[in-house]
Unconditional design. Structure first.
Length: 101
C-alpha cells in the first residue's frame, strides 16, 4: 500500500471511528444493549477503545510500509486530542443539537 493511501485510510478510519459511538445505540455498532439509550460513560469508554483500535491499525500499516518509529507520550497526547476533535461532530449531533419531535 502506498504511504499516501495508508495515511488517508488511517485519517478516514479515525474520523469514522471517532463518531461511531455517537451515531448508534449499539456497543461498537454490533452488540445490542439491554437499555434503550446508551449512557455517556459507555460512549466514552467505546471512544477510548476505538482510539486504541485505530492506533493499532495505524501501527500495523506503518510496520508494513517500513520501520515503525518508537513513540513517546507526546505522540499519544496529540493523537488523543486529535481523536477527540474528530469526535466533536458526533457529540454535537447527539447532545447539543435540538431534536424536533
Amino acid at each position: 500500500m502506498d504511504v499516501s493511501l495508508a495515511s488517508w485510510f488511517v485519517i478516514l478510519l479515525a474520523l469514522f471511528s471517532a463518531n461511531l459511538p455517537f451515531f448508534n445505540e449499539r456497543l461498537f455498532a454490533a452488540i445490542s444493549l439491554p437499555m434503550a439509550v446508551k449512557p455517556v460513560w459507555l460512549r466514552l469508554i467505546e471512544l477510548f477503545a476505538l482510539y486504541w483500535v485505530v492506533g493499532i491499525v495505524a501501527h500495523l500499516l506503518e510496520s508494513r510500509i517500513g520501520n515503525a518509529f518508537p513513540q513517546g507520550w507526546e505522540f499519544y497526547a496529540v493523537t488523543a486530542c486529535l481523536f477527540l476533535v474528530l469526535a466533536y461532530p458526533g457529540f454535537v449531533v447527539r447532545y447539543m443539537r435540538k431534536h424536533r419531535r
